[in-house]
Each structure stands twice: as C-alpha cells, then as structure tokens.
Design a protein around this ligand. Structure first.
Ligand SMILES: [Zn+2]
Ligand SMILES: [Zn+2]
Length: 265
C-alpha cells in the first residue's frame, strides 16, 4: 500500500492485535497473602489494579477491572471461596466485573453509580476510548458499545467499618476527593493500604465531574499520618512509606499554591 500521502512524522496507528481471553489477565502473587491481577493490554494510565487478599474465613477483592473479558471465567479460583468484592469507587475501570460476584460492597456516596452505571457517571463516556488498548479484547472494542453491567452493592461500607476475613481485619477509610465515594482499606497489623485512586504512584485525577480538590487536600493530609509499609493503589506499581509521603507531599504542594482558590483552610 503506498504510503507517500502519509506524513512521516504521523504514521497511521498500527491496527491493534486482538488478545485471547486466556491472556487478558496477568496474575502475580505478592507478600502478605496479596495477589495482584491486571489487564496488561491496557495502557498503564487506564489499567486498574485488582487486589485479592486471602483470608481464613473469606477473601477480599478490591476492584475488578473494566469488564471487557470475564474475570471469573479467566481467573476461576476467585470464586472458589467466599469473596467480598469491594469497589474502591465506581469508575468504569474499577467495577466492570463486579456483577460476577455475589457479595459487593461500596460507599453509599457511589452506590447509585454501581446500581445504574451510566457512562457519564462512571467516566466511561470520557475515558473508555479504544486508544487505551495495546491489544483489543476478543471480539474487538467499540466505545459506543461498551457498558458496565449493573452491580448494586449488597453491603454499604463507611469510614470506621471493619471487613473481617477471620484472621485479618481491614478498616474502611473514607478518602473522598478523586470521587465522593472513594474508600481505602487499611490493615493496621501489616501496614498494608489498599488505596484505590486516592493515592497511587502516577498522575492523580482531581478534575472528574465529581472530584473535589479541597476535599482531596483534606484526605491527603489525613492519610499522610498512616504508618504504611506498602501501598497497593488503583493504578501503577506498589510502593512503600517514603514514596507514599512523597506522593502526598507533591499533591499538597501542587494544589496549595499561594493564592490558589483551592487552598484548604
Ligand atoms: Zn477513578
Ligand atoms: Zn482508576
């Protein structure tokens, strides 16, 4: 095919290959009984981390990916034991497979989005673009056809609530700012923080329609006191306490400029 009409500096985007369903999810076992699952054919900025924690009496899963490939079909051991599927918040990239789980928890401030996952509410209209894929899911992908399935919560969780797995206990922290119903799960005994999109080691998003910067600043100031040992965020790689403090400091410094109208109290 002649390519002399195409400027050399802007070659056409290569056609995305299609990925087999069996290759969609990548699973790695980490310390503290935590397993990391992700959709590695999605660009890192959009690629949600799925966190699974093994407990004695039941398991915990935080977030479930965007739902273009069945999580339970491809990672069937997830449903071999009772598992509570928690939504760190209701954005499409975090809750797309929640409908496959019987026990689902989220914060009341975003329960309506899980029950009625409108694309303008869960950011799919803005972000669920084909350009996010390095390889397409089986059958291809069209943003216009993409839908998150309704997955109404079976349990609402708020700040101070405890999620008990039998031999380990996670406290629910309400960490609004990125979104009003953002929660993080904190295991004081191990120092593990499952932080969702409130804190991760990459560009933080505080300009979604329901983001609130003054609230985000308060959340960050509060989180900075947590004696974390490892932070497993909603996106990008996990990190330790020093980087946690740094990410928070960078956010606070960036948003608390003198004269900035979003200056918190
Ligand atoms: Zn989000
Ligand atoms: Zn996200």
């Amino acid at each position: 095919m002649p390519n002399d009409t195409v400027p050399p500096e802007s070659p056409p985007r290569a056609v995305c290959p299609t990925c087999r369903a069996a290759d969609w999810y990548r699973v790695s076992r980490l310390d503290h009984g935590v397993t990391h699952i992700d959709e590695h054919h999605i660009d890192p900025f959009y690629r949600c981390n799925i966190w699974h924690v093994r407990g004695r009496d039941r398991d915990l899963m935080v977030d479930s990916g965007m739902g273009v490939v069945s999580l339970c079909e491809q990672v069937p051991w997830l449903r071999e034991r009772e598992v509570l599927a928690v939504a760190s918040h209701a954005h499409f990239d975090h809750v797309g497979n929640h409908h496959e789980f019987d026990h689902r928890a989220c914060h009341p401030a975003e329960a309506h989005i899980l029950a009625e996952p409108r694309g303008d509410w869960n950011l799919a209209d803005r972000f669920a673009v084909v350009e996010m894929f390095n390889a397409l899911p089986p059958g291809g992908y069209r943003q216009a056809d993409y839908r998150v399935q309704p997955a109404p919560s079976t349990q609402l969780v708020e700040a101070g609530d405890v999620i008990d797995l039998g031999d380990r206990v996670f406290e629910v922290l309400h960490v609004p700012g990125h979104s009003p119903g953002s929660i993080a799960l904190w295991e004081a005994a191990s120092g593990v923080l499952l932080s969702g999109d409130a804190v991760y080691d990459g560009p933080l998003v505080d300009d979604a329609y329901h983001s609130d910067i003054p609230t985000y600043l308060e959340t960050m100031a509060r989180l900075s006191a947590l004696p974390v040992t490892v932070v497993h965020g909603g996106h990008f790689a996990s990190f330790g306490r020093a980087r946690f403090q740094e990410v928070i400091r960078e956010y606070l410094d960036g948003r608390r400029r003198p004269g900035c109208p979003s200056e918190a109290g």
